[in-house]
Design a protein around this ligand. Structure first.
Ligand SMILES: [Zn+2]
Length: 399
């Protein structure tokens, strides 16, 4: 076991945990075993919960207690279960790709390079080191800490979804991701679905006998963009950029000499936390009905969404946000930038509905998923120190 957060990070990077649903991914199993063993050595209660074959979530729990190891737990208010702070960090990485020596961490100029060094093994190393330091003290703990290490964040987030479906609860949560040590409290959501125009096939020597589904789709796209894009640009959120509408795929026709009978598009709509999928799809349906009235012969079919992830946000005044801000100032200095931000992408936090959540960790998202993935080691050390203070404040009841 590495004794410093940097040694630990090097060990984590060396374990291949490429998402098992992505190219060449062996999955998170080996890293999960490593983390479980780390937790047992810390004296945490450890459980592995298989989400996909050979791909378990790992939970490390430091229970509340009235005194040193072996003392009885402290119940929550009026005998309820103890208060719980959750740290959620994903185990998986994106594929190794063209990165040179992705599993041999290299340190130079205060940075470490390697797959996952930034996203998000630096957050994992910071959380585990903070947990170990908290476990090493004999101080009473008036609340419990749980570190949940999830699988499949980079693909479909089935790890955190499995934990939530299994009854995961917490009074507050911190999700480890590269945020440059800034608290992030708002995420956009994503809604994706397919639309198909249906025409009539004919030989292209007599196209008048057919009905060209590709030409109809051109009209559909133009119609939707004209109506949707200006309206979205006017929508506002204090921390997020306006929602967006993108046609990301198109497919139609079977050969150059056949009038195409079908043309499909896939739409990616990024949403604000206040927007729900039902309202968005109802609006699309109404627009299509109107277009069909204007264009006799147009037939469009909309499928149910294949992805519907709502956006999420935590109130800036929440206790967990303030605790992270306080600890950031303690460690980084009084001028540390701690104003909460929003991000356009999703994380495990998107699924922790109803739990006040801050996304926080070392590293810059610009280095994540790239062939040049690195993290500043001083940020990793500071992240661990900040997390330790947040945890200590939670268990001693100061927030
Ligand atoms: Zn990540």
């Amino acid at each position: 076991m590495g004794s410093s957060v940097v040694d630990l990070l090097a060990e984590l990077v060396a374990i291949n945990s490429v998402n098992g649903s992505m190219r060449d991914g062996p999955g998170e199993g080996a890293l999960a075993e490593y983390v479980a063993a780390f937790g047992r050595r810390c004296g945490a209660e450890v459980s592995l919960d298989e989400v996909l074959p050979g791909r378990p979530n790992v939970r490390l729990r430091l229970p509340s207690r009235r005194g040193p190891a072996g003392a009885s737990p402290v119940p929550g208010p009026s005998g309820a279960p103890p208060r719980r702070l959750l740290l959620d960090v994903h185990l998986d990485t994106v594929p190794l790709d063209t990165m040179p020596d992705p599993l041999s961490p290299r340190v130079r100029d205060g940075r470490m390079w390697g797959r996952g060094a930034c996203d998000t093994k630096s957050s994992l190393a910071a959380a585990l080191t903070a947990l170990r330091r908290l476990a090493e003290t004999d101080a009473p703990r008036g609340a419990e800490i749980e570190v949940l290490c999830t699988v499949d964040e980079e693909y479909r987030k089935r790890g955190v979804m499995h934990a939530v479906a299994g009854g995961l609860t917490a009074d507050a949560a911190i999700v480890g991701e590269p945020t440059g040590l800034r608290p992030v409290i708002a995420h956009k959501g994503a809604l994706r679905w397919r639309l198909t125009t249906i025409g009539k096939a004919a030989h292209t020597s007599q196209p008048e006998n057919g009905h060209n589904a590709i030409y109809e789709m051109v009209e559909v796209i133009r119609w939707l963009r004209q109506r949707i894009e200006p309206a979205l640009a006017l929508q506002q959120h204090p921390l997020l950029t306006p929602p967006t509408f993108t046609v990301g795929r198109i497919e139609g026709g079977v050969g150059v000499n056949i009038v195409p009978e079908r043309c499909s598009i896939e739409i990616d709509r990024r949403t604000l936390p206040q927007e729900g999928p039902d309202g968005i799809l109802a609006e699309i349906d109404a627009m299509m009905t109107e277009l069909m009235q204007r264009r006799p012969g147009l037939r469009v079919a909309r499928e149910a969404p294949f992805l519907a992830e709502r956006g999420s946000e935590t109130a800036p005044g929440s206790a967990v946000v303030q605790a992270v801000q306080r600890s950031c100032r303690d460690v980084l200095g009084p001028d540390a930038p701690v104003t909460p931000r929003g991000v356009p992408y999703g994380t495990d936090a998107t699924h922790l509905k109803g739990i006040p959540t801050v996304v926080f960790g070392p590293g810059d998202i610009a280095q994540a998923h790239s062939a040049d993935e690195w993290v500043d080691l001083i940020e990793v050390e500071r992240a661990s120190e900040i997390l330790l203070r947040v945890m200590q404040g939670f268990v001693d009841g100061s927030w």
